[in-house]
Design a protein around this ligand. Structure first.
Ligand code: ZN
Ligand code: ZN
Length: 370
């Protein structure tokens, strides 16, 4: 029944797009819909009206520079921790500090130069990709928000009645309909768009990243550059061959913001979040309170496994979720990773006798010799 109602709802709007917005399938009285139609903007904090601020926020310059500046600031903070070696953070390193020099096949200055080059290319491409500011302002900023909200009203009414039933639904809509419509317009839809864009970025990156590992040509010429870092650090997040940087990062983000129908300002936020997240994934620390590590299973520890020789064919998902790895069987947990290195670690551990080393591997138990 619900499905049929949904079909009728969609077909009624698509068959007569010019008809009144009050002709949705339930045919409830127009008083309810009028009641739900916002009379004021209910504008949230991010809705700016100052023309000077609008001009900045909707400029291509701001859109292109914001994620780059954020990346350099955030990476500098992580680098500061690397250099200062504060005991609290040293204890939470995924690898020992000297390994950065001994195991990595690229120097810090080479990393910095590569990142600067990628950002320069990004600015150049982005400048060509985005439309001129007056087009953006006309389409995204100086629009009739009240009209757009009123277009949502019948959809919100239909969905609410479908979910709650007619009696409860009407009661709720009469009381909270207007604020519900405003909330969906200012928060619900933009949040969904952001989540959808995360999924799109992930999908794009998973399949390209996996292809970079399965195709010898792609790996040798492009992706192997990133894997010169066995012990990752934040600045190394964008240490890529420029071709990989263009395909995975620039093009992936551009496709996601277009498909998710984002405004320029939403796209800026997406790029900023992506920059922070990718730097965090390479930071080299396990910090439970770090929002990027607390909210996402795909985090610094998860991606570190992919940077190791034993995990290089696993954990391709990046930068937000682990779904594609789970679905396609390419996931390696920390426990699995540790079991692969157990022999190696034991060989260098003087606290165990040879006999106990054997026991640990075969039975999973042995006592340390004091
Ligand atoms: Zn890789
Ligand atoms: Zn990486």
């Amino acid at each position: 029944m619900a499905f049929e109602a949904l079909i009728r709802m969609v077909s009624s709007s698509s068959s007569s797009p010019s008809s009144s917005i009050f002709t949705h399938q339930y045919g409830y009285n127009s008083t309810l819909l009028m009641n739900m139609t916002p009379n004021s903007l209910h504008a949230p904090f991010y809705h700016i009206t100052d023309p000077w601020k609008i001009n900045i926020a909707s400029s291509k310059t701001f859109n292109l520079l914001a994620p780059i500046i954020v990346y350099w600031v955030v990476c500098s903070m992580w680098h500061h921790l690397d250099v200062m070696k504060y005991p609290y953070f040293e204890k939470r390193r995924i690898h020992e500090s000297p390994e950065v020099i001994s195991r990595n096949k690229v120097t810090f200055s080479q990393v910095i130069k590569a990142v600067a080059l990628q950002h320069t290319i990004q600015i150049f491409l982005g400048w060509m990709w985005f439309e001129d500011q007056d087009v953006i302002l006309k389409r995204e900023v100086y629009v009739d928000h009240l009209q757009k909200m009123s277009n949502l009203v019948p959809w919100v009414a239909d969905a609410t009645l479908l979910l709650l039933g007619r009696r409860t639904g009407e009661k709720v809509l009469l009381k909270h309909g207007e604020s519900l419509v405003a909330w969906i317009y200012w928060w619900g839809i933009p949040t969904f768009q952001m989540y959808f864009a995360f999924c799109l970025v992930d999908t794009w990156q998973y399949f390209w990243h996996r292809a970079m590992h399965t195709n010898r040509f792609l790996y040798r010429h492009f992706h192997s550059h990133h894997h010169r870092l066995y012990v990752a650090y934040a600045f190394g997040a964008l240490y890529n061959h420029p071709v990989e940087g263009f395909i995975l990062d620039s093009l992936g983000s551009a496709v996601a913001e277009k498909v998710a129908l984002m405004t320029l300002r939403q796209a800026t936020l997406l790029f900023v979040i992506s920059s922070i997240k990718t730097a965090d994934d390479h930071c080299g620390y396990r910090l439970w309170w770090d929002p990027c590590q607390l909210l996402f299973a795909n985090n610094a520890d998860y991606h570190d496994i992919h940077h190791q020789a034993y995990g290089i064919k696993s954990n391709f998902s990046q930068p937000f979720f682990t779904n594609w790895d789970k679905l396609l069987g390419t996931q390696m947990s920390r426990e699995q990773a540790d079991s692969k290195t157990r022999w190696k670690k034991l060989a260098h551990d003087e606290h165990y006798s040879e006999h106990d080393k054997h026991n640990i591997i075969s039975q999973g138990h042995a006592k340390k010799i004091d």
